[in-house]
Design a protein around this ligand. Structure first.
Ligand SMILES: [Zn+2]
Length: 97
């Protein structure tokens, strides 16, 4: 009876570690900062505002002076990176920075 309990066993520990690692990685890229379309630096942040009629008010801010407020398609499963992609899409279609 007794003795040291080897829990979690190495395999479980490894899986747990990988899960946390992946989560950290994805959280980082999901929330930004993102590449700024104007200065090209990784310093554009996405600020989410109010949601109305399936649209969300999103503000894109960068230290270079970019400060754009846009209305984007809203979904509860969307993360900052989805709004960033929509924002970039609007810019490629002619939205002024
Ligand atoms: Zn910038």
């Amino acid at each position: 009876m007794g003795g040291r309990r080897a829990w979690p066993p190495p395999r479980e520990r490894y899986i747990q570690h990988m899960k946390e690692y992946k989560q950290r990685q994805s959280t980082k890229s999901i929330n930004g900062p993102f590449l700024c379309p104007k200065c090209g630096k990784l310093s554009l942040i996405i600020k989410k505002g109010k949601v109305e009629n399936g649209r969300i008010e999103v503000q894109a801010i960068c230290s270079c002076g970019v400060n754009g407020k846009v209305l984007l398609k809203y979904s509860p499963v969307f993360t900052n990176v989805d709004y960033y992609n929509q924002y970039i899409d609007l810019i490629s279609k002619g939205l002024k920075l």
